[in-house]
Design a protein around this ligand. Structure first.
Ligand code: AMP
Length: 427
């Protein structure tokens, strides 16, 4: 199948060709015609499947076809994303594909000043890409008008729920017209996602490109069992021996990410950490340096890495396994993108065997294990708890179902029930 048969106009087909895409990915082949027809769409597709172009291209097509006559520009399409990085990337995609169309786009996220965003909105935009928290701030101040929204896109909806954005999403939905087209993209169709979709989408076309909760097939996955204290030496060794030029490494905590990046730097491997405690400009800079090849190792927490669009990322390492098995699938979705191969390695110590079991259950198969010579795990090592018990049941005392203390939630997320304006949120 070629892009020509999907119903996109010549301007957009040229933009696609300029990107060097020869044929649509499976999610694009299904989503583009469905969205062009005007119906609601619910698609299970993770990062790396080409989902962004899958909704951006038909959105641009529809917005440019049905342009309102005269008058002021108003927000006609709203795209919600869980993280700032993803919002910036979606905005970049909108610009890449729609650069030749007379449509204006604003990206709205927290961590940067409100005023430039207010100015942009005031000048008039057709498309807003936003994280929920900052969008609500603008709604509260009356600096954004969503009453003309024709298309609403929820990108990585499962992640937004994980991050506790459910109430924010509902508030946004209450502010956009009922008569609209709604598109929902999610890595998985969990029960919660289906519930959310029920209230939001009307008779959606359902698209599922990969079997639910299965990891990308073109990713070679391996577990390296190792002693707790040997992980860093093993990682340095793997990077140096394999002469890896670009590797994304996941840690469970922000603190752990900083520490590991520092230590790897000391080992002579240029590294940077990205997580929610870093300023927006620090995160953007680290990502840019990584993309340019000036930083060899990017150490990230789950939320910070979510949706990072890095082309041809060959290596992903789970320095620590994630608390939630689904995050494993998200993490390794960063490699083997859009048809290219990749390698996802997990360094697993005795403390993490339960987490590994959870991942095997989700994948419905065990991951191949390989002990690296010289890094044999110490058989006398006994498991230690991964999560410190919370001191009290006060602010941070709730526990997630998997046993992680609430205080260990991925950074940037707002706790369920959090009020707008609280500092913990990302958007
Ligand atoms: P996404 O899943 O939207 O994050 O996209 C993953 C990557 O695939 C991005 O780097 C896109 O530029 C790339 N991509 C999107 N569509 C195609 C296509 N039809 N052919 C090849 N690469 C694509």
């Amino acid at each position: 199948m070629s892009f020509d048969s999907l119903g996109l106009s010549a301007v957009l087909l040229r933009a696609v060709a300029e990107q060097g895409y020869s044929k649509p990915t499976p999610v694009q082949a299904q989503a583009i015609p469905a969205i062009l027809q005007g119906g609601d769409v619910m698609a299970a597709a993770q990062t790396g499947t080409g989902k962004t172009a899958g909704f951006t291209l038909p959105m641009l097509e529809r917005l440019s076809q049905n342009r309102p006559e005269g008058g002021r520009r108003r927000v006609r399409a709203l795209i919600l994303t869980p993280t700032r990085e993803l919002a910036a990337q979606v905005r970049d995609s909108v610009k890449t594909y729609g650069g030749k169309l007379p449509l204006k786009t604003a990206v709205i996220f927290g961590g940067v000043g409100m005023n430039p965003q207010i100015q942009t909105l005031r000048r008039g935009v057709d498309i807003v890409v936003a994280t929920p928290g900052r969008l609500l701030d603008h709604m509260g101040q009356g600096t954004v008008d969503l009453s003309g929204v024709e298309m609403l896109v929820l990108d990585e909806a499962d992640r937004m729920l994980d991050m506790g954005f459910i109430r924010d999403i509902r508030r946004v939905i209450a502010a956009v017209p009922k008569q609209r087209q709604t598109l929902m993209f999610s890595a998985t169709f969990s029960k919660e996602i289906r519930q959310l979709a029920e209230g939001m989408l009307r008779n959606p076309t359902q698209i599922e490109v990969a079997a639910r909760n299965t990891a990308a097939e073109n990713v070679n996955q391996r577990v390296h069992p190792v002693s707790r204290g040997e992980k860093r030496a093993l990682l340095s060794n793997l990077i140096q021996d394999g002469d890896w030029r670009q590797v994304l490494v996941f840690t469970r905590t922000k603190h752990g990410a900083d520490r590991l990046a520092r230590q790897l730097d000391q080992d002579g491997l240029s590294s940077a950490a990205i997580h929610g405690n870093k300023s927006q400009s620090a995160r953007t800079k680290a990502l840019a340096q990584f993309k340019q090849g000036r930083v060899r190792v990017l150490v990230a927490t789950d939320i910070a890495a979510r949706g990072l669009d890095i082309d041809q990322l060959p290596h992903v390492v789970n320095y620590e396994l994630p608390n939630v098995p689904e995050d494993y699938v998200h993490r390794i979705g960063r490699t083997g993108r859009a048809g290219r191969g990749g390698e996802a390695l997990s360094l697993v110590c005795v403390d993490e065997h339960k987490l590994l079991d959870g991942i095997h259950k989700l994948l419905k198969r065990p991951i191949d294990q390989h002990i690296v010579p010289g890094f044999e795990p110490d058989p006398s090592e006994r498991p230690q708890p991964l999560f410190k018990k919370p001191a009290g049941r006060g602010a941070g005392g709730g526990r997630r179902p998997n046993g992680a203390p609430a205080g260990n939630r991925p950074q940037g997320g707002r706790r369920r029930g959090g009020r707008p304006g609280q500092s913990a949120r990302q958007g």
